[in-house]
Design a protein around this ligand. Structure first.
Ligand SMILES: Nc1ncnc2c1ncn2[C@@H]1O[C@H](COP(=O)(O)OP(=O)(O)OP(=O)(O)O)[C@@H](O)[C@H]1O
Length: 254
C-alpha cells in the first residue's frame, strides 16, 4: 500500500546551522510512527515542515500522492493533516466542547463575516461543527465533561482535549508533539490507550515523544534523529539495540 505521508530529502537550514539534513521518512496508512532523538535533533523542525509552519530549504513532502510542501498550513489541515502541539493552548473561560470546536474551523468554508451576520450558511456550518465536536469528544472519551470549563480538567484530560481538537478537523494523519510530557503514570497510560484506540480506528499517527516506554508501547516504527539526520529507522525492537542509537540517545539497552 502506498504511504500516506512521504518526506524525501527534507533539509532545513537556519543560517549556517542544519536543523534537518536530507531526512527521509514515511507513514503508512494506519501506522503509528514515532520520531525520537536527543534535544536539538530536529524533531520539532520536522513537524513544522510537515504542518507547514516552516518551509524546507530542500526536499519534498507528499501526502496522499501529492506534494504539499508549498501549501499553507490551513490547506494542509483541510486535506486531513492535524497537529496537536505540546504547547497548543487550552482556552480558559471556554467549555471543553467550545475548545474542541475551535479545531473544526481549520476545515470549514464559511468566513468570519457570515458568522458576524449570522447568515443561514453560518448557522448550517455551526450545526455541522457542533456535530464534529461531539464526535471528537466521544472518540477522546471526553463527552461527560463537554460543558465544563476547559481549565477545570486535570492535565491528562487536557491532553485528550488537545487530541480531540485535532480530531475535530476529521484528519487522516495526526501529528502528536510530545503528548506525554509532564503526565504522571496513570495519565500517561490513559493517553497511550487513547492513541491505541485511534490507531485501531485506522488513523495514521506521527508522534514525537521523549518517553521511550510510551514509544515502545505505541509505535509500529521508530525513526531516530540525531543532529538533524536519521541515524536509524525500524521497529522499536530493532532500533533499541542499534549502537548509534544507544550512543546518541538511549544510553544503554532499555
Ligand atoms: N528558528 C530557529 N532559528 C535558529 N535555529 C533554530 C530554529 N529552530 C530550531 N533551530 C535549531 O535547529 C536545531 C533543531 O531544533 P529542533 O527544535 O527541531 O530540535 P528538537 O529535536 O525538536 O529539540 P527538543 O527535543 O529540545 O524540542 C537546533 O540546533 C536548534 O537550535
Amino acid at each position: 500500500m502506498p504511504a500516506l505521508l512521504t518526506v524525501s530529502g527534507a533539509t532545513r537550514r537556519f543560517g549556517g546551522v542544519y536543523a534537518l539534513r536530507d531526512v527521509d521518512l514515511d507513514v503508512a496508512p494506519g501506522e503509528t510512527h514515532a520520531v525520537i532523538g536527543p534535544n536539538g535533533a530536529g524533531k520539532s523542525t520536522l513537524f513544522k515542515l510537515i504542518g507547514g509552519q516552516l518551509v524546507a530549504t530542500a526536499g519534498t513532502i507528499a501526502y496522499d500522492g501529492e506534494r504539499i510542501d508549498r501549501l499553507a498550513p490551513h490547506r494542509r489541515a483541510r486535506r486531513g493533516i492535524a497537529i496537536a502541539f505540546q504547547d497548543s493552548p487550552v482556552f480558559r473561560g471556554m467549555s471543553v466542547a467550545e475548545n474542541v470546536m475551535v479545531g473544526a474551523h481549520a476545515i470549514t468554508s464559511a468566513g468570519p463575516m457570515s458568522a458576524i451576520l449570522r447568515l443561514p450558511r453560518h448557522r448550517r456550518e455551526e450545526t455541522r461543527i457542533r456535530g464534529l465536536a461531539a464526535q471528537a469528544l466521544d472518540r477522546a472519551g471526553l463527552s461527560p465533561w463537554a460543558d465544563q470549563p476547559a481549565e477545570s480538567l486535570p492535565l491528562g484530560r487536557q491532553r485528550a482535549l488537545q487530541v480531540a481538537r485535532a480530531l475535530c478537523g476529521a484528519p487522516r494523519l495526526l501529528l502528536l508533539d510530545e503528548p506525554a510530557s509532564g503526565l504522571r503514570g496513570p495519565e500517561r497510560s490513559a493517553l497511550a490507550a487513547l492513541i491505541e484506540q485511534l490507531r485501531g480506528e485506522g488513523l495514521s499517527i506521527l508522534l514525537v515523544e521523549h518517553d521511550v516506554a510510551f514509544v515502545a508501547r505505541l509505535a509500529d516504527r521508530v525513526t531516530v534523529l540525531d543532529l538533524g539526520q536519521v541515524i536509524a529507522s525500524g521497529p522499536f525492537a530493532e532500533i533499541r539495540t542499534d549502537s548509534a542509537v544507544v550512543a546518541a540517545y538511549l544510553g544503554g539497552p532499555t
